[in-house]
Write a protein that binds this ligand. Sequence first.
Ligand SMILES: *[C@@H]1O[C@H](CO)[C@@H](O)[C@H](O)[C@H]1NC(C)=O
Ligand SMILES: *[C@@H]1O[C@H](CO)[C@@H](O)[C@H](O)[C@H]1NC(C)=O
Ligand SMILES: *[C@@H]1O[C@H](CO)[C@@H](O)[C@H](O)[C@H]1NC(C)=O
Ligand SMILES: *[C@@H]1O[C@H](CO)[C@@H](O)[C@H](O)[C@H]1NC(C)=O
Ligand SMILES: *[C@@H]1O[C@H](CO)[C@@H](O)[C@H](O)[C@H]1NC(C)=O
Length: 360
Amino acid sequence: MRSTYLLSACLTLVLARSRSAGPMNWNPLGLLAIRQDGPAKDVGGYPNSPNLPPPMKPTGSMNETSDTDRLWQNLLAAEWIVWSFYDAAVRSFNGTSFTTLGLPNTTYQRITDIRDNEAGHLRIFQSQISAGTVQPAPCRYDFPFDSSDPAAFLALVTLIEVASMTFITGLTQQTTNATARGILAAVGQVETRHEVWSLLDVWDASPFSGPSDTVFPYPNEILDVTNRFVIPGSCPPANPIFPNPSQNLPKVGVAAGTETVAVGATVLLNFTEPDNQPRFATGKQYYAVFYHAIEIVSLPVHTDSWPAEAISVTIPSQFSAEGVVIMVLADAEGAPTLYSVVAGPVIFLQQPAALGTQVI
Ligand SMILES: *[C@@H]1O[C@H](CO)[C@@H](O)[C@H](O)[C@H]1NC(C)=O
Ligand SMILES: *[C@@H]1O[C@H](CO)[C@@H](O)[C@H](O)[C@H]1NC(C)=O
Ligand SMILES: *[C@@H]1O[C@H](CO)[C@@H](O)[C@H](O)[C@H]1NC(C)=O
Ligand SMILES: *[C@@H]1O[C@H](CO)[C@@H](O)[C@H](O)[C@H]1NC(C)=O
Ligand SMILES: *[C@@H]1O[C@H](CO)[C@@H](O)[C@H](O)[C@H]1NC(C)=O
């Protein structure tokens, strides 16, 4: 009952937004612009916020940044997004916001607990960056929910946790540093617990994503997707670019009106940034490369009629409808190298299925 109520609340919200702004638009009306005026000054300054250590001023040169430091810098910058997201929720809502949706009376406390876990992640990642190397400080963020919109926030929790798990898995593949891998595995387990809580208590869904979560080998491409929440130009100048390095690939969504992104669905792609559209060479074969659990499936796509005709892809029906399916467009079967990826990634959320089109 309660998840039906909540889903319909979410869907009402999607419908309301799609009429005005389109479901792929991540800046719908009524945004909560989170005020973070600068790096050190605001940290820990929110009511209810745990006291975070201030970010360090850079004293080394970017030249000296090791691969491991760069990994932690990327993760720290991503974690500022995640922590700020939960902190915004803690400041925007109270227990009643969720109990009026029919959710358990522990919901607000759980969100506060998650926010505090994320603060712990900030401290862990800060502690791993070598002395003298820049510790990225927070930027300003826009999250598409406000205090009247707890359902929109809860839908985004699912996306944020799934994305976290995916880039942490990718970062684990990116480094040979055993200490770093251990920390990444340990932190990833906690993101999974957050996701499991949300699936069970919020969505009344199966908490399991099958025998394996999805492995995607290019974590910075996933981090780039989280950039949608960062207000352009708002990062402290001393921060490295995020992610570092960034390919600035064209972002991929699905056409307005798409009803499902479940496995087996055929969807039309939309490249959502007018200023960052893909370029396809005439006569060249491109592929939609899908990742699910540890499987990779490539399907040829027809690009020669684009943009007159939208590119159509079918999400492989041999995948299970659990966890997520990730897709990129690539100029080689299997997207064997980072640079073979020409657009994306896009995350097709399978659980709960009704949120799939909402969180793209
Ligand atoms: C980085 O290294 C290059 C060549 O070694 C040097 O010319 C440049 O000044 C260094 N940049 C910084 C910020 O230290
Ligand atoms: C919770 O928030 C709502 C809306 O902002 C407010 O009307 C209500 O008084 C708050 N409840 C408590 C217990 O603070
Ligand atoms: C929270 O809900 C549980 C079970 O639904 C109930 O036993 C408990 O009294 C409630 N607590 C408060 C503070 O409302
Ligand atoms: C591995 O990474 C940690 C930080 O996470 C660092 O302290 C350590 O020096 C690194 N080890 C090597 C061999 O680079
Ligand atoms: C594609 O995305 C853009 C940007 O969000 C939007 O304006 C446009 O309407 C979308 N097109 C379709 C067919 O959904």
